[in-house]
Ligand binder design. Sequence first.
Ligand SMILES: CC(C)(COP(=O)(O)OP(=O)(O)OC[C@H]1O[C@@H](n2cnc3c(N)ncnc32)[C@H](O)[C@@H]1OP(=O)(O)O)[C@@H](O)C(=O)NCCC(=O)NCCS
Length: 328
Amino acid sequence: MKLKQAYIKGIGMYVPKKVLTNHDLEKMVDTSDEWITTRTGIKERHIAAKNETSSTMGAEAAKEAIKNAGLKPKDIDLIITNTITPDMPFPNTSALIANILGIKKAGVFDIEAACSGFIYGLSIAKQYIRTGEYKNILVISSEVLSRVTDWEDRNTCVLFGDAAAAAVVSESSGKSEIISIYLGGDGAYGDLLYLPGGGSLHPATEATVKNRMHYMKMKGNETFKVAVTKMSESALTILEKANIKKSDVDLLIPHQANMRIIKMVQKTLELSDDKVYINLQKYGNTSAATIPVALYEAVQEGRLKRGDNLILVAFGGGFTWASAAIRW
Ligand SMILES: CC(C)(COP(=O)(O)OP(=O)(O)OC[C@H]1O[C@@H](n2cnc3c(N)ncnc32)[C@H](O)[C@@H]1OP(=O)(O)O)[C@@H](O)C(=O)NCCC(=O)NCCS
């Protein structure tokens, strides 16, 4: 069987209207704009309205991605949603999004790889396109992290935000191609970044609510060190796998969690500032959504053109990590 090439045919994004600035946070917890800016690079983040959920935001992003790809909802064969904040344990978010978009015949499932979710999702879509099993696959990242953020915990609440983005992955007949993807993970780090309550281990009880177990917990400093190591390693691994030299990288889109982490990955790849896309200051860490949101904005701003060598690299809870080499 001759394998086909997969590429990203269209993209879309959605962020909620409400903006929460560092100055707003100064009124909520013992923090300062100066601390948040120097330690993370974040200035503001978007927060979902009461009636917005991962499915409604994901559907908005998906609508735009389908249109951008020149397709109709009926052309979609499979929907993969990456989220750690699904509307509910089940039905899955992809099913809810399909229902909003009026898609009746697509396969629907979610994956959970935290901040690495988009690249994990792309890796699955790529295989289905390569074999010819499906023609058009929606890979959606949608996160409403504000619902699982402890707004009394200054260690975490300054870091996260809400956003959604989507990509249509299709068969390529030209030069554009998802060249190679690398995935990794190590569950031994699970307790550095996690959300303990609400699953089969600690189902919701009065005690889990009282003990704030339905919010994200993070050991920031230890997470930081592993993030730098694994993101740098993943970036180098994908260059080797795809046979791309550091000097041939046109744009790096790293997971947007912390400016200092991004700068260290940039240094590893010896890239100048114009070859690294950063929009962390506007959105904070939106988990699986950071990379596709950045991808969308990089294209809009003309920072990424068809034919460019694009590197994606991510790291997140699990821990999981992943990287991708794409000829955009
Ligand atoms: C969270 C993070 C910004 C903290 O920065 P840091 O330089 O590691 O800071 P530390 O955690 O060592 O804390 C330093 C001090 O700042 C304080 N601090 C923490 N959050 C604060 C806040 N929002 N405002 C003011 N002070 C704060 C701490 O209490 C600590 O005070 P102490 O020295 O009196 O104990 C950083 O560790 C980080 O970005 N980690 C990785 C996060 C990440 O990538 N997560 C997602 C992975 S996908």
